[in-house]
Ligand binder design. Structure first.
Ligand SMILES: NC(=O)c1ccc[n+]([C@@H]2O[C@H](COP(=O)([O-])OP(=O)(O)OC[C@H]3O[C@@H](n4cnc5c(N)ncnc54)[C@H](OP(=O)(O)O)[C@@H]3O)[C@@H](O)[C@H]2O)c1
Length: 255
């Protein structure tokens, strides 16, 4: 598998921190050419430098996934530099604002977590269909399995993302395009900072290795860590009354 990433071109959205940054460095270490997209230009430059010191090649492309033109411009840059995008990792995501009763806050969150991924797919797909190969990867969440009251809009955005990518997996098979949906449990990143104790949390670097191996193996879904997977399997099957009592014990966090 070590040759898998050599010269492969990968667009990672949300590459300025956390899982996106760790994955960029991990793939760079294995020889990938990585296109990095996020809004914070300075942080993106730092990721590019880290990819290069790990042995990879990186292109920092500041942009906002909610703006289709930004994502299309980034894909155009990768096509000009490297001939196309082999793998898309739609990773950009936000957990805030959390107010589930403010329509604008919910729309803003959906615009990044769901529409942002849709924009990225729309930008890379024509090239992948032309070349009849490619791999679309979505970083969803275990939060997609039920409607968690701690983050109603976040849960809904990740459920939409997982459902969309599952359907794409079947639709795009005929074009030779693979689709992988990733469901991480808690990962130690800016998103989880200040959240207090979180069960079974893993480092961004560990998450990156698990995601990288899942992509290499062409898995339809990648879910981790294992104990959280088992717990979520139970939560998924809980009847509504029991689910309400169990998850209702954890107070919602709002800002
Ligand atoms: N941490 C966890 O426990 C956990 C668990 C399950 C799933 N996830 C998912 O993993 C993904 C990565 O999150 P993380 O934990 O690594 O958190 P993070 O460190 O906060 O990273 C989020 C990334 O998304 C980017 N982003 C946010 N809004 C964007 C926009 N409009 N356009 C472009 N980029 C944008 C951020 O960059 P800029 O601010 O520079 O734009 C940043 O690079 C997210 O989809 C998250 O939902 C995280």
């Amino acid at each position: 598998m070590s040759a898998y990433w050599r010269e492969r071109t990968v667009l990672i959205t949300g590459a300025s921190s956390g899982i996106g940054r760790a994955l960029a460095v991990e793939l760079g270490r294995l020889g990938a050419r990585v296109g990095l997209l996020a809004r914070r230009a300075e942080a993106l430059k730092a990721t590019a430098a880290a990819v290069q010191s790990a042995g990879g090649v990186a292109l920092a492309m500041p942009g906002d996934v909610t703006l289709l033109a930004d994502v299309q411009r980034a894909v155009g840059q990768m096509e000009a530099a490297w001939g196309g995008v082999d793998v898309l990792v739609a990773n950009a995501g936000v957990a805030r604002p959390r107010d589930p009763f403010d329509p604008e806050a919910v729309a803003a969150l959906m615009a990044v977590n769901f529409q942002g991924a849709v924009n990225a797919v729309g930008a890379v797909l024509p090239g992948m269909q032309r070349r009849r190969r490619g791999h679309l990867v979505a970083i969803s969440s275990l939060a997609s399995v039920r409607g968690f009251p701690q983050g109603p809009a976040y849960s809904a955005s990740k459920a939409a993302l997982s459902t969309y990518f599952e359907a794409l997996r079947v639709r795009l098979r005929q074009y030779g395009i693979a689709v992988t949906t990733v469901h991480p449990g808690f990962v130690d990143t800016e998103m989880t900072q200040g959240a207090g104790w979180l069960p079974l949390i893993v480092s961004a670097e560990r998450a990156a290795v698990i995601i990288r191996k899942g992509i290499e193996r062409g898995k339809p879904t990648v879910t981790f860590p294992l104990p959280a997977v088992l717990a979520m399997g139970l939560v998924r099957r809980m009847p509504a009354g029991l689910f309400d009592r169990v998850v209702g014990r954890v107070p919602p966090r709002e800002d």
